[in-house]
Ligand binder design. Structure first.
Ligand code: FES
Length: 80
């Protein structure tokens, strides 16, 4: 399935509440079936997931439209 065929992405950011000590693995290839998180679908691509460790509780806005210049995070491009 190509990225454009994957209907589980969306046209707005995913709002992810993280806790201090969490580690999140964000999809960078666009092929995951569990966006915005990696499900291992990148294995036949040159992409690798972005692993982020959090040292505080916070809310993270992860790009759902795949057009951000700051993937995997939302940069507001989806509003254009
Ligand atoms: S959801 Fe993609 S830039 Fe905001």
């Amino acid at each position: 399935m190509s990225e454009s065929e994957n209907k589980s992405w969306q046209q707005e950011p995913f709002v992810v509440d993280v806790k201090r000590g969490d580690t999140k693995c964000y999809c960078m290839c666009g092929l995951t079936k569990t966006p915005p998180f990696c499900d291992g679908s990148h294995k036949d691509t040159h992409d690798v997931p972005m692993v982020v460790h959090y040292d505080k509780d916070e809310t993270v806005y992860v790009c759902g439209c795949r057009k951000s210049a700051n993937l995997p995070f939302c940069d507001g491009t989806h509003k254009k």
